[in-house]
Design a protein around this ligand. Structure first.
Ligand code: AHR
Length: 488
């Protein structure tokens, strides 16, 4: 039995919608042949953006989209991606398979996509192989109302009004693919670049510095805390380790738990990142920006390993829900999180094959939990926790609750148990709800997933099992499931 108490009359902080953020890199088939098919494609599109994906992603209420990388960002020169497409120079995408990048998806296409999705852009500038001038001019191009050299160039390229870009990454993984720097070197570079990065339309730029290990973060914060608003860190989940990633499907119970155990290690990672921040920023001004997270498996057999294309099962939906619950608990410091990546890469929302699209179990978890966005966090106190047989170091159930603006409580729960249902009893301290509606996502087998022949094997259903009686909520969560409840 899992028993918990939820405080309904006090909320210590709000869960920013930006914790439900996304990431699209020029990598494999995420942008090209994923989000972007081009105006001339036979695949239905609006201004080159794939229509079925636009509709599906809008339903997620995506708060933001990070672009153009990842490692790609520190090789990207924005001027190559503006102006008439026929004359845009080409480049080699050195990090991701050496493919030829034709720059047909550039600044205007990305910001047009964000406007169509109703989300905020989060752009990562090139610190690794670019220049301060290049980065500053990109911001001028984006945000200067004009007249001015960059605003005039933008207008000549068809965009009169500036865009309101607020989230700005100053490089990506600059300890590795973004330039192989030491922490001291990056801290100095960050200060130099950040000095010239500004919002030319009077807005306030949220500048994000590249973090890494505790030691790196310590040095960076000591030297550059004053100049940054956010500290970017990445956390990927592997079944065993970076070297032993294993398959996204066809796995054992042991591998099911391996991935979840590894993934939920994100909480310890956030805690230790917070400890460093607390030392250098005791007022809590600087946010953690977990701008890459998710499950990373071996690429699907028969696909280019550099394209990071992987299937996605109910295990990933459970990981997504339980990770989002961790993020809720740390939302006083965690300003943003971006799952990697939106389409066809790593823990994707959707997979495409020519004209066909499938929505993944992770997509459904994001859709079911979306009402937590901007909700008031309600503390959950466990009184008794069951443990899965054979994985006693893991909780059987992960649960989180928020209150939204209309007063209703959104509660989500994931059963991490690979083979048993979970009994849950929730008591409400500070006023119990009286009505409940619920949906459930359940995997009929360990690696239940959607593919192009069976696109709906895993999809949410209306679930009438939860009962509210005498101020208590009781439910039996099926094994391998995610539930979303609205209580009023
Ligand atoms: O998301 C794939 C890659 O993982 C990104 O490009 C990089 O930042 C990280 O190492």
């Amino acid at each position: 039995m899992n028993r918990m108490v939820i405080d309904t009359d006090r909320s210590p902080f709000r869960v920013s919608r930006h914790i439900y953020g996304h990431f699209a890199e020029h990598l494999g088939r995420c942008v090209y042949d994923g989000l972007w098919v081009g105006e001339d494609s036979p695949i239905p599109n609006v201004a080159g953006h794939r229509l079925d994906l636009l509709e599906a992603l809008r339903a997620l209420r995506m708060p933001n989209l990070r672009w153009p990388g990842g490692c790609f960002a520190d090789t990207y020169h924005w001027r190559d991606g503006v102006g008439p497409r026929e004359t845009r120079p080409r480049m080699v995408n050195v990090h991701w398979g050496g493919t030829t990048e034709d720059n047909s998806f550039g600044t205007h296409e990305f910001l047009d996509l964000c406007e169509r999705l109703g989300c905020e852009p989060y752009i990562v500038g090139n610190l690794g192989s670019g220049t301060v001038r290049e980065m500053a001019e990109w911001l001028e191009y984006l945000t200067h109302p004009g007249p001015g050299p960059m605003a005039d160039l933008r207008k000549g390229n068809g965009r009169e009004r500036p865009w309101n870009v607020l989230y700005w990454g100053v490089g990506n993984e600059n300890w590795g693919c973004g330039g192989g720097m030491t922490a001291e070197h990056y801290a100095n570079e960050f200060r130099r670049y950040a000095t010239y990065c500004r919002h030319f339309g009077g807005g306030r730029l949220y500048k994000i510095a590249c973090g890494f290990t505790d030691d790196w973060n310590e040095t960076l914060l000591r030297l550059a805390a004053r100049q940054m608003d956010g500290l970017s860190v990445h956390y990927y989940a592997f079944v065993e380790s970076w070297e032993v990633k294993r398959s996204a499907t066809g796995f054992s119970e042991q591998e099911w738990y391996g991935l979840l155990r590894n993934g939920l290690g994100v909480e310890g990672f956030l805690r230790s990142t917070r400890t460093r921040l607390d030392r250098y920023d005791p007022e809590g001004r600087i946010g953690i920006v977990l701008d890459e997270w998710g499950a990373w498996y071996d690429a699907e057999p028969g696909t280019n390993p550099a394209f990071l294309y992987q299937q996605n099962t109910i295990r990933d939906a459970v990981l997504a829900a339980a990770s989002l619950h961790v993020f809720h608990r740390h939302a006083d410091r965690l300003h943003m999180a971006n799952i990697a990546q939106t389409v066809n890469v790593l823990q994707a929302m959707a997979l495409t094959d020519g004209p066909k699209t499938v929505l993944t179990p992770t997509y459904h978890a994001f859709e079911m939990l979306k009402d937590h966005q901007d909700g008031e966090f309600l503390p959950v106190h466990p009184l008794a926790s069951a443990r899965p047989h054979g994985a006693e170091d893991l909780p059987q159930v992960s649960l989180s609750a928020t209150r939204s603006g209309d007063g209703s409580i959104h509660l989500s729960a994931a059963n991490l148990d690979a083979s048993d249902e979970a009994e849950v009893e929730v008591e409400f301290r500070g006023g119990a709800p009286e009505a409940c509606s619920a949906r459930l996502l359940h995997g009929s087998r360990l690696d239940a997933h959607n593919d192009f022949d069976r696109p709906d094997e895993v999809r949410p259903i209306v679930w009438d099992e939860p009962r509210l009686k005498d101020g208590l909520l009781r439910m039996r969560l099926p094994t391998r499931s995610v539930a979303a409840l609205r209580l009023a």
